[in-house]
Design a binder for this molecule. Sequence first.
Ligand code: PMV
Length: 306
Amino acid sequence: MPTASAPGKFILFGEHAVVYGKPAIAIAIDLRTEVKAERSSSFRLDGRAISEIRSFYIREMVRRWRGGPLSMEIRAHVPPSSGLGSSAALTVSMLGALHSFKSPAEKENIAREAFEVEYTVQGGASPTDTSTSTLGGAVYISEKKEENFRWEIRKNGKSWKVHSLSIPNMSFVVGVTGAHSSTRDMVERVRRVVRRSPFGKDVVDEIGSIVMEGKRALEKGDLVRLGELMNENHELLSLLGVSCTDIERLIRPIKDRVYGAKLTGAGGGGSVIALTDKAEEVRRILEERGKSAYIVNIDKDGLIIK
Ligand code: PMV
């Protein structure tokens, strides 16, 4: 029975601005979603008929699938709607399982198709989540081709160049607020700000500059500067209207124990990410105030198909 699994991720710098072609840096984490698939007389998912499935991502993948009916099982360990790339991990792992019934799956093709699925379902997306989940490790998205270039993804006049990025050893803690948000709604909220005001466009440009400075700080291994830049990125995301009280309630009590902290992903709930060398202490505080918290390790593999 083909089995594919793919990791979740957090965005270190650049969420939302990356939808407008700005750069971003994301890191795959050791929380995975696994999909098993086998041929069957009708489409089934965890024993249920496909018509009963509410996930738009799964419906979109089944709509695109040109093979016969399959029975699939999903084991998801990425918390859903939490800014940790659960939909990308699901999409990439499911496409990995589906492709294994056809020719050997190229990671690049899966990353492209996964992006198309997210774009259709979310009504706008960047390839950050889907390419990071496919490649694993740290991923840098930019307008220009640079060292360790992997592939280019284009859509509606925008072009994202996807690169692998080597990063120093760092300790990150993720705190999950427990407040769910829809990436589609948050992307739409930012779109309204950017469309209506030159201020919104300036904030997006400013986030783009922070990503570039963040990349330099990563190259130097300068954790203090990285933390400052995470805090600045968070302030700018707040100006775009994607922070909320659940996020601020997690960030406030850890401020003096971290290099930096910010919301990660779409916002409006979801998760915060903190860079710290007091990981266990920070994890405990985040767990007390939120829903769950993890000291996350970097996933180096990305999509695995067995
Ligand atoms: O919350 P997530 O894991 O779906 O991340 C969304 C990241 C955005 O930049 C807001 C959208 C995108 O497609 O890049």
